[in-house]
Design a protein around this ligand. Structure first.
Ligand SMILES: [Zn+2]
Length: 82
């Protein structure tokens, strides 16, 4: 189920993470490469948050996952202030 982001109006999907929290993510799955100390975060369909990079060698891709919406939302910072 997707809902609209209150900040930018983009469709977001709410995923349950392993810790039981709901997290808004972009609805399109992207390929990710699991990297220790990676700067990006991906939430897997199982709700696991993974440190990763979003580019790399296709053959070495770890899998498909969701990008947390806070990393792509242009309005997310405004939100946090409120
Ligand atoms: Zn947004």
């Amino acid at each position: 189920m997707t809902v609209k982001c209150r900040g930018c109006g983009a469709p977001v999907l709410w995923l349950k993470t392993e810790s039981g929290k709901s997290m808004p993510v972009d609805p399109e799955k992207v390929m990710y490469w699991k990297v220790r100390g990676g700067k990006k975060r991906i939430v897997t369909p199982n709700g696991e948050t993974v440190a990763c990079e979003l580019s790399g060698d296709l053959q070495d891709a770890t899998g498909m996952g969701y990008v947390p919406h806070w990393s792509t939302c242009p309005k997310w910072k405004d939100f946090k202030k409120k």
